[in-house]
Design a binder for this molecule. Structure first.
Ligand code: KIV
Length: 265
């Protein structure tokens, strides 16, 4: 696969070629996702929950995202690498946003950043884009606003909310985003937003009309347990496979069957 750039994503929207994006937090997974030619790797702040075991994404630090971005960078050759900016790393002021986001590119090797929010972050987006930092937007369910939303509830179900989300998408496009994540909104609304803006939309729990789809890799792989949100499709239950393998290892060690001569010097 040729190197994916923000320009290539724009062309894919133009040619109606669906975009695939997955979260990626480490070196070996980046290599596997490159082999399958996933176009965008997102070092999501979901790593706070998936990798670090926090209750939500709020405790994630710039250093956490940076550490994992560096690892993914070492395994990634072809996908567009996007670093997700943690809670309060871009809201305090434009100067702080510039300093934190630029670290992802300078030190982490990311090629773009993602920030959550609508019209309220448009000025920051403009400022980042002017500094040559490509920005992916994120509206709908914005997990960093979990307490304000009162949980991870589908957004845009009522008319005023839907209109606000359409306006947010348009303001963000004007501010210069190269792509927009739509999370947890009705399919009809994401279809309308996807038609109304010229940059590619990437959906998660937003139905099939988006220009692309994203999932948390560990959800897709069945590593995050039995109970998942409605939009998660578990393509495999790796948790069961891991348990089976580890159980066999344990049994063989206890019975002195491993290592056999084949695995010994
Ligand atoms: O942090 C994350 O993984 C995300 C995706 C779910 C879009 O923001």
């Amino acid at each position: 696969m040729n190197k994916i750039t923000v320009v290539k994503l724009q062309e894919m929207k133009h040619h109606k070629e669906k975009i695939t994006m997955l979260t990626c937090y480490n070196y070996w997974m980046a290599k596997i996702l490159n082999e399958v030619e996933i176009e965008v790797l997102l070092v999501g702040d979901s790593l706070g929950m998936v990798v670090l075991g926090y209750e939500n994404t709020l405790p994630v630090k710039v250093e956490d995202i940076l550490y994992h971005t560096k690892a993914v960078k070492r395994g990634n050759l072809s996908a567009l690498l996007v670093a997700d900016m943690p809670f309060m790393s871009y809201q305090v002021g434009e100067k702080e946003a510039l300093l934190n986001c630029s670290r992802m590119l300078k030190e982490g090797g990311a090629e773009a950043v993602k920030i959550e929010g609508g019209a309220g972050v448009a000025k920051t987006v403009k400022c980042l884009v002017e500094a040559n930092i490509p920005v992916m937007g994120h509206i709908g369910i914005t997990p960093q606003a979990v307490h304000k939303m009162g949980g991870y509830k589908v957004q845009g179900r009522v008319k005023e909310e839907a209109e606000r989300l359409i306006a947010d998408a348009q303001v963000l496009e004007e501010a210069g985003i190269f792509s927009l994540v739509l999370e947890g909104i009705p399919e009809k609304l994401s279809r309308e937003i996807t038609k109304k803006i010229s940059v590619p939309t990437i959906g998660i729990g937003a139905g099939k009309y988006c220009d692309g789809q994203v999932l948390v890799s560990e959800d897709l792989l069945g590593l995050t347990g039995k109970v998942t949100p409605k939009f998660v499709k578990q393509y495999v239950r790796l948790d069961k496979e891991i348990k089976k393998a580890v159980d066999r290892f344990k049994k063989e060690v206890k019975e002195n069957k491993f290592p056999s001569s084949r695995y010994s010097y």
